[in-house]
Design a protein around this ligand. Sequence first.
Ligand code: CTP
Ligand code: ZN
Length: 157
Amino acid sequence: MSENKRTIKISPIKNGTVIDHIRCGQSLKVLKILGLTEVDIKDIVSIAINVESSTGKKDIVKVENKEISREELDKISLISPETTINIIRDYGVVNKHRVTLPDHVKGILKCRNPNCITYKNEPVEPEFKVISSNPVNIKCIYCEREMKEKEISENLL
Ligand code: CTP
Ligand code: ZN
């Protein structure tokens, strides 16, 4: 049997969102960002981890009937900047776009410097400047502490 015949394909969806070209290993984090790790979710979700694609391996998350908010897109862009969002209607891709890594992110992750003003009980929302995209590297605008990919995904709010 060829490798190809052994591959189990993840089914197409009728209506919803396909989050594609997710960096390997980040799909579980994407589920968390989308609130899909709760016990009482109603949406139908399929996940593929480490599947082959034309550009190497990737993860995929398919969610039926789900709209993704701007804040969720910003969070996904920080942990996987090459991700594409495909909107599916009646089995067809009606819209495809890549997430965009913003220049600044505010209020979606916390600074991990315990001496940072945003870390204390001050009413100051954490804010970061994005300084590079591959690898993703961001810098707190208050204390200048830098955070790289692993820290970013651990500190999302
Ligand atoms: N897809 C799906 N259900 C559908 C249509 C598409 O799950 N009814 C998925 C495909 O499996 C693919 C993604 O949505 O993972 C994008 O579909 P498409 O644009 O047709 O695939 P590609 O051209 O391979 O996409 P790209 O160029 O972005 O890699
Ligand atoms: Zn800080």
